[in-house]
Design a protein around this ligand. Structure first.
Ligand SMILES: C[S@@+](CC[C@H](N)C(=O)[O-])C[C@H]1O[C@@H](n2cnc3c(N)ncnc32)[C@H](O)[C@@H]1O
Ligand SMILES: Nc1nc2[nH]cc(C(=O)O)c2c(=O)[nH]1
Ligand code: SF4
Ligand SMILES: [Mg+2]
Length: 242
């Protein structure tokens, strides 16, 4: 039985981002990432600062923890990280959750393909814009999107690009042009990860949201895009585990 490196299990909460924003869900946050984005809001998953908190858990134990926290008040689980696409045997967990009638969503950056991507109910692929200091491997991303289209998963996937500046916005236009059939989301970037005053942060994020909306309205490339803030950041600020 496979074991997975887990840093957080929390919920019920709402999915704050992207294609299923607003949906009640539980979260599993895995440890480890092949990227190191300059503005990562979950850097503790890969920067060593929480390495003593990583637990190696089987699917069974993960589901026990989910049930202890959420009881019968959930039917949707989101796996995020770090990069959960580094975990070869994650289909075991997906299958166990499906057996219990629980839907499974996953967040990844599109740097690795896994054959179990096709089993996910909601797969968000979030390639990283220039402000992250990461480089997109377009060949890998092409393969991932091609495979998912071939498996007729278009209704279960989306692309989501986080935006901090004009350069990121141009990158987002490039991504949407390259994969026009894939539902496309723009997300407000949070560049104030140490702010502890939730109202201050919310005001700032709302003004960045307005900026991003106006940019999108003016772009002929993004006529079918959706623009969203991180709902959890508006409500709970930079708090962990929400
Ligand atoms: C922490 S990542 C984990 C999953 C995966 N590594 C990825 O990046 O897609 C989850 C989501 O949070 C987004 N994110 C990370 N830091 C952010 C920030 N400072 N502001 C807005 N979104 C952020 C990522 O782009 C990604 O869509
Ligand atoms: N409520 C809530 N929604 C989220 N959507 C994506 C998250 C993530 O960190 O992957 C996240 C998170 O941490 N909390
Ligand atoms: S890919 Fe995701 S988890 Fe990894 S550093 Fe970037 S935002 Fe953070
Ligand atoms: Mg987050």
């Amino acid at each position: 039985m496979a074991q997975f490196p887990v840093l957080e299990i929390f919920g019920p909460t709402i999915q704050g981002e992207g294609m299923v924003a607003g949906r009640k869900t539980m979260f599993i946050r895995t440890a480890g990432c092949d990227y190191s984005c300059s503005w990562c809001d979950s850097a503790f998953t890969w920067d060593g600062s929480a390495k003593d908190d990583i637990e190696m858990l089987s699917s069974e134990t993960i589901i026990e923890r989910l049930e202890a926290l959420g009881g019968d008040q959930f039917n949707h689980v989101t796996v995020s990280g770090g990069n959960p696409a580094l975990l070869k045997h994650l289909d075991e967990l997906i299958e166990q959750l499906h057996k219990r009638g629980i839907q499974v969503a996953l967040e990844t950056q599109g740097s690795r393909w896994q054959p179990w991507f096709g089993k996910l109910d909601d797969l968000t692929i979030s390639p990283k814009p220039p402000s992250s200091n990461m480089q997109t491997n377009w060949e890998t991303l092409d393969t991932i999107i091609d495979n998912l289209i071939e498996q007729e998963r278009l209704h279960h996937i989306s692309l989501k690009v986080v935006i901090f500046n004009d350069g990121d916005f141009s990158y987002a236009e490039q991504v949407h042009k390259r994969y026009p059939q894939v539902p496309f989301y723009l997300q407000v970037g949070n560049d104030d990860l140490t702010e502890t005053d939730d109202s201050q942060l919310a005001l700032k994020l709302l003004s960045q949201y307005e900026w991003l909306i106006n940019k999108t309205l003016a772009s002929a490339t993004l006529n079918s895009a959706r623009v969203l803030p991180q709902l959890h950041a508006l409500i709970w600020g930079n708090k962990r585990g929400v």
